[in-house]
Design a protein around this ligand. Sequence first.
Ligand SMILES: [Zn+2]
Length: 162
Amino acid sequence: MCDCSVGVSTMNKTFGVIVCPECKAAKAVDLTNDTTQCHDCGKRLVLEKMRIHYKTISQEEARWAIGRLNAEMRGGELPEKEDVDENDDPCVKASKEAVIADSERERLEIICRVLGEEMEQFTSADVKEVYSHLGKECEDMEKKLRRLEDVYEPKEGVFRSV
Ligand SMILES: [Zn+2]
């Protein structure tokens, strides 16, 4: 066995899971780099422009995410990107997924994940809209959004999920 496993504590690498736009293969990349080359088709990928489907410091978790993405793309439950129903409003979709949440935190996490998948970035107004679909209200929503681990706020009131 090779002894070169990543020492998370010292190296602090963050892995991102991306899908190569050229050959549609999911792969893990080291997000400290600016670019990477696809192992499968050789295309040069600029990470800044890529959609990061999953972010983790664990190589194992990245591998799991790749497997999941590949399975989804092979025509599992998710439809092909091309025939996504345009009427499928992200807020409606998020509210459908968020009904299973049994805590506010979980609800917000699900909403942010779905909105993050559907849109590049979203605002607290989008989250509020999801809440209105759910028939619920959320106090101090922005504060709660900021406390979520997988959500960051690049601009005041604008959120992205990783
Ligand atoms: Zn490729």
